[in-house]
Design a protein around this ligand. Structure first.
Ligand SMILES: Cc1cc2nc3c(=O)[nH]c(=O)nc-3n(C[C@H](O)[C@H](O)[C@H](O)COP(=O)(O)O)c2cc1C
Length: 300
């Protein structure tokens, strides 16, 4: 049985990775699951300098999911390189670093700095709905998606994954723009902009007013978008949005994803990522699937 997948020249032992921002760099989770079992760990977004994030409250539970407006709080590149990369290097899993920035120069700064580090791929977050500049501002127009992809690609030593926003009208167009700019892969979906009002306090549940919706509630939208992106481009796709178990992951793979990221579920089931790996193996055995590649995009 072969569970290996190839993401732009990087071979993963299986298609299961973690979704940025829901797993730290795996330190806490490593006490509960074996990181060696995962295809890759995707880190929380890192910027060139520390970011404090948004004021609190910045998370709220919703039916079938959660809203967050963390605002990409992170310790900055220097601390990250000293602390998180050596931690992850202890494991036999690929390291994918999620990169955030406010300007094109910010992204380039981080990407160039990461060029000197032993990381396998870079995931460029141009789709965070919770930061005013940068983030989603880059991710909602085709032309800017293509331009930022081209600029980042020029400076990147590792293959780049462009992380797309679902807060757009035509996801196929965005996927094509990333591909035209030279992206090695795309990942989707980031969170969907939402709002919750606290009726007792008669105010917004989040200090930021709006936040990004994630979790099982968004899965059908994510599946539809992965399918549409897979019809639009040839580069590999990493699918995510509401995955809870292996069945959900396989749905993404059948829709066209080469790999999948396990996100919000980590907060209520820290064993989920490893369970998805075992569950995919069990599914392949049950249906006598010799090679996982036979499942990728099998539903057209
Ligand atoms: C608390 C939280 C923090 C997140 N931080 C990041 C981040 O730093 N960079 C990023 O690209 N996506 C970030 N995301 C988005 C997730 O990686 C993922 O795209 C999204 O949550 C959908 O997957 P899920 O429904 O399985 O969580 C974050 C999501 C959550 C819930």
């Amino acid at each position: 049985m072969n569970t290996k997948v190839n993401l732009a020249g990087v071979e993963l032992k299986n298609p299961v990775m973690t979704a940025s921002g829901t797993f730290g760099s795996g330190e806490e989770y490593s006490e509960m699951i074996d990181l060696n079992r995962l295809g890759a760990v995707v880190t929380k977004g890192v910027a060139n300098v520390p970011w404090p994030g948004n004021p609190t409250p910045r998370i709220a539970e919703t039916y079938g999911g959660m809203l967050n407006a963390i605002g990409l709080q992170n310790p900055g590149m220097e601390v990250f390189a000293k602390r998180d990369i050596p931690f992850l290097k202890q494991y036999d899993t690929k390291i994918i670093v999620n990169v955030c920035g406010r300007t094109t120069e910010d992204y380039i700064d981080v990407v160039e700095r990461l060029g000197q580090e032993p990381v396998d791929m870079l995931e460029i977050n141009i789709s965070c709905p919770n930061v005013k500049e940068g983030g989603i501002a880059f991710g909602q127009q085709c032309q800017s998606v293509e331009e930022i992809t081209r600029e980042v690609k020029k400076h990147a030593k590792q293959p780049i994954i462009m992380k797309l926003s679902p807060n757009v009208t035509d996801i196929g167009e965005m996927a094509r723009a990333a591909e035209a700019g030279g992206a090695d892969a795309i990942s989707l979906i980031n969170t969907i902009t939402g709002m919750k009002i606290d009726v007792n306090r008669r105010t917004f549940a989040l200090a930021n007013k709006t936040g990004g919706l994630s979790g099982p509630a968004i899965k059908p939208i994510a599946i539809r978008m992965v399918y549409q992106a897979a019809q639009a481009v040839k580069i590999p796709i990493i699918g995510m949005g509401g995955i809870r178990n292996a069945e959900d992951a396989i749905e993404f793979i059948l829709a066209g994803a080469t790999a999948v990221s396990v996100g919000t579920v980590n907060f209520w089931n820290p064993y989920a990522a490893e369970e998805v790996v075992s569950g995919i193996e069990a599914y392949m055995k049950k249906y006598q699937v010799e090679d996982i590649k036979d499942l990728i995009g099998a539903v057209r």
